[in-house]
Design a protein around this ligand. Structure first.
Ligand code: ADP
Length: 524
């Protein structure tokens, strides 16, 4: 096995090496040894020490250390210790490290005023130089003391570097945003997670006043004011502020709900030097909370309205004189029936939604002519006496799809209902069927108020009601389009909206042509 002795290493490679390795190379030079190992004890509560080799592979250095440690435990007393071991006594694994010139190994205790650092070990000690240098106790102590101090400094430097690297990777890869500021609250650094959250580049934020960048507000939307800012609070009180909920602004002005934890960093003299702020995006949880409370209010309103109307009519009808007014009786019974239908529609939508969530709503697909479905939906819609005019355009040669007729009828009916409900001013609703090489497409178009672009992606969300509709001027719990989407997706199709505010909306869905359809289908 070939080992490169230290003296064949060029000066350049020694210079390039880790400082501890360079130190070890110099020690080898001093000892005139063929190979050297440093066996450093753990420092300052570190779980492990460090073994380094020079002139031999690390595995051999470890072997040498293990072997010499065993001997030292038994034989080494006093301080410092020089242990000479004739080559004949070396175990084969250590002898394999290289042919020693005069067959000796040496172990020197590394210690200084601060304490013990471990051992410097060498093999293949050849020259008398080393022996004579080490023979004079004061010289030996000076050399080893210097080596120890350097090793200690290098070890500490290493530990600091490791710590810095760890902190750097936490900073870079943390899922939470991290911001640091100087004592004047000017931004000094910002990690990629926060860059992404705020749509700001770190370099554009650097040096700027943090309040101007984040524009913090309390959860109710009131500007926080500098005094109530968690960083200022941490600076003033000296205690960290933990998980404070607030709203900050992205570069383009979007409001982001966050939970912020801040702490001040002090100098040895107790002066505030800088501050750190951890920013956790809680907008999803916040949206979920808002959604839940909306759901409760919308659903209870939607259930309560028909119940109240039914109850009102029923108590009127229970009066004896009600029987005498035949016209009034018919009208009220009609209204009760209508409200009961509304109630039942609402309850079945809720059931539907919960079954979709549980992933257990099965389809019964069969070859289906969508044109026939559209005609029957239009007939039913007209029969309800709704004042909108409904125009149907559909080619006679529409290809068949594999679909559950009842479910597809529900989708079409829902889109027609919405067009009538949300576009009351719109006189005409048009429903159109057409096809491509892949799919049959149905579109329902109204000329109503339209849907703003930012809301278009959300209209298919569960319990989502937009703008003015959310205040329950029109009935509905925001389940219709969610159910439509689940049904269409279960058929392998797509559903989408194209809309322009003030001009109207077109809701379309596609169903794969029969030969392209994948069965069976389950909503989930
Ligand atoms: P809802 O039960 O509230 O009608 P939907 O899921 O059917 O729920 O619709 C979700 C929201 O999408 C509605 O509250 C409404 O704001 C909007 N929306 C749906 N269809 C239209 C349309 N044709 N024109 C304008 N807005 C619509």
């Amino acid at each position: 096995m070939s080992v490169t002795p230290y003296y064949r290493q060029t000066n350049r490679s020694i210079l390039r090496a880790d400082p501890l390795e360079a130190l070890l190379a110099n020690a080898a030079l001093l000892l005139d040894a063929q190979g050297c190992a440093l066996d450093l004890v753990p420092q300052r509560g570190a779980p492990e020490g460090l073994i380094l080799g020079w002139g031999m592979p690390l595995s051999d250095a470890r072997q040498l250390v293990r072997w010499l440690r065993g001997r030292l435990d038994r034989e080494a007393r006093g301080d410092p210790v020089v242990l000479m071991v004739p080559a004949e006594q070396w175990p084969p694994s250590v002898a394999r490290l290289g042919a020693p010139n005069d067959g000796e190994a040496v172990a020197l205790r590394l210690a200084d005023g601060v304490g013990s650092m471990g051992w410097l070990m060498g093999i293949g000690i050849s020259g008398m130089t080393a022996r004579s240098a080490l023979a004079i106790p004061r010289q030996r102590a000076a050399i080893l003391g210097q080596l120890t101090a350097q090793a200690r400094a290098q070890l500490e430097l290493r530990a600091l570097r490791e710590q810095r690297d760890q902190l750097e990777s936490i900073f870079r890869f943390s899922g939470d945003g991290i911001l640091t500021v100087d004592a004047d609250l000017r931004i000094t650094a910002c990690n990629p997670a926060l860059e992404q959250l705020l749509s700001w580049r770190a370099k554009d934020m650097q040096g700027r006043f943090y309040y101007d960048i984040l524009r913090p507000e309390d959860p109710q939307g009131e500007p926080l004011g500098l005094a109530r800012c968690p960083l200022v609070e941490a600076f003033a009180t000296g205690s960290p502020v933990v998980a404070r909920e607030m709203v900050i602004r992205s570069r383009d002005g979007q409001r982001i709900h966050v939970a912020v934890t801040t702490a001040a960093v002090y100098s040895d003299e107790g002066q505030v030097m800088s501050g750190v702020m951890n920013v956790r995006d809680v907008s999803r949880q916040h949206a979920q909370e808002v959604l839940t409370s909306n759901v409760v209010s919308v659903v209870s309103h939607e259930l309560q309205t028909p119940i109240a109307i039914i109850k009102g009519y029923a108590s009127t009808l229970s009066r004896p004189e009600a029987m005498r007014d035949e016209e009034g009786l018919r009208r009220r019974l009609g209204a009760i029936e209508e409200e009961a239908d509304r109630l039942s529609h609402m309850v079945s939508n809720l059931l539907y939604a919960s079954r979709i969530q549980a992933g257990g709503l099965a389809m019964e697909p069969a070859p289906l002519d969508v044109g026939v479905v559209l005609k029957s939906c239009v007939r039913r819609f007209r029969a309800r006496g709704i004042r909108h005019t409904l125009r149907l355009r559909c080619p006679a040669n529409l290809p068949l799809v594999m679909a559950d007729r009842e479910r597809i009828e529900e989708v079409v009916a829902n889109l027609l209902d919405n067009a009538a409900k949300y576009a009351p001013q719109s006189r005409a609703i048009s429903i159109e069927g057409h096809f491509t090489g892949e799919a049959v497409i149905v579109s329902v178009t109204d000329t109503g108020p339209g849907i703003p672009l930012r809301d278009q992606a959300h209209v298919f969300d569960r319990f989502r009601r937009l703008g003015d509709n959310a205040d329950a001027q029109t009935g509905g719990a925001g389940l219709g389009l969610y159910i439509c989407q689940a049904i269409v997706h279960a058929h392998g199709g797509q559903i989408w909206v194209e809309s322009e505010v003030g001009r109207g909306s077109t809701f379309s869905f596609s169903l794969p042509r029969m030969e392209k359809a994948a069965v069976p289908m389950v909503i989930g």
